[in-house]
Design a binder for this molecule. Structure first.
Ligand code: MRU
Length: 346
């Protein structure tokens, strides 16, 4: 029997009154609590605090959040447009690295201007646009799963870092999409998930969603990656991306670069899975990607432990993996190399 690749739950949804339902990812795996988001500020805070996270999903969430600024309140058309543009700027300021956020909000701004110019109902137009962004992402996840399916043969073990699954997108994920597809087609697949310090997206989130899907998963701490790769049982590494620069350099969760170096040393192919909304031809290379730095306390209290000594902490949320370490890009336009990435320009 063919199983469905898509999980029966969603990290985001519309409520009947077009407020937004969000799964609070900071509480997983201990608690599954859904939040109702009814203001732009609440959505901005949810993105900033990683209650909702993952590059494609923060783009979708921000687009849905911007619609809240256009809910009918008796404003003039110009006043409503100003509210939407201000909301888009506020939402964009929440996190700098994932280009999907800016990409989705640019679509919102364009659609808002066009709707007001044409005398359309602004709120309805933006709900349709945000829903389209979500639907398109879901479809791109399926195509990514298809493009990467051959990399996950029966019996394969895949190593991944952070969470680039259904909790991070509008569909079955990016890095996890080929794994979900392989599992759904009856192949036996195993995943090794890096814990992903300091916020533990691997051990909290990847492990949670793969366990729910019945996919055998082994969690390792980030420092164990090289030892695990040396055992020789990892078919490939697949990670997601927050931004792919024009030359193929990739920003992704801090620690990804270390994994790529270790994979190269052990002859294990390292793949990046991402939709076209993550490709940023306007950013020439990795050095031009803005890297978010987060509060020191995330490191001090990581894993429940608290550093007794108040020393300095450096807490970049992302790092850049140079293109030469990347075997291929698993995208909605197929498996690409850095020379063919340009086909993602839309
Ligand atoms: O800080 P996060 O949890 O939003 O970081 C997420 C990642 O780095 C993911 O790997 C990336 O966004 C791709 S998600 C499909």
């Amino acid at each position: 029997m063919t199983q469905l690749a898509a999980p029966p739950w969603s990290p985001i949804g519309w409520m009947p009154d077009h407020t937004i339902r969000l799964l609070d990812q900071t509480l997983l795996p201990n608690e599954e609590r859904y939040l109702t988001i009814s203001t732009v500020n609440q959505m901005a805070e949810a993105i900033r605090l990683l209650r909702v996270r993952g590059a494609p999903l923060i783009g979708i969430s921000a687009a849905m959040g911007a619609t809240l600024a256009a809910r009918p309140r008796g404003d003039s058309a110009d006043g409503a447009l100003k509210n939407v543009l201000r909301a888009s700027d506020d939402l964009q300021a929440t996190r700098p690295t994932a280009v999907n956020l800016a990409w989705a909000l640019e679509r919102v701004r364009r659609r808002a201007r066009a709707a007001v110019a044409a005398g359309e109902d602004l709120h309805a137009a933006l709900v349709t646009e945000a829903t389209a962004i979500w639907d398109e992402d879901r479809a791109m996840c399926e195509l990514i799963g298809e493009a990467g399916l051959h990399l996950v043969p029966d019996g394969a073990t895949v190593l991944t870092h952070c969470n680039a699954g259904a909790l991070a997108t509008g569909g079955i994920g990016t890095a996890l999409a080929p794994i979900y597809r392989a599992h759904a087609s009856g192949r036996k697949v195993n995943v090794v998930a890096d814990e992903t310090r300091p916020l533990l997206q691997g051990s909290r989130l990847t492990a949670w969603e793969l366990a729910r899907a019945g996919i055998p998963t082994t969690v390792i701490t980030d420092g164990m990656v090289a030892s695990r790769l040396r055992r020789g049982d990892i078919a490939c590494v697949i990670v997601g991306a927050d931004r792919i620069a024009n030359n193929g350099d990739v920003a992704n969760k801090i620690g990804t670069y270390t994994v790529a170096l270790a994979a190269r040393s052990h002859g294990v192919p390292f793949y990046v899975a991402a939709p076209r909304s993550t490709f940023d031809p306007a950013t020439p290379d990795g050095a031009a990607i803005p890297i978010e730095e987060r509060l020191p306390d995330e490191v001090r209290s990581s894993g429940g432990g608290v550093n007794a000594v108040r020393v300095e902490v450096w807490n970049p949320a992302f790092d850049v993996t140079p293109a030469e370490l990347i075997a291929g890009y698993i995208t909605d336009a197929g498996l690409l190399t850095r020379d063919t990435l340009g086909s993602l320009r839309s």
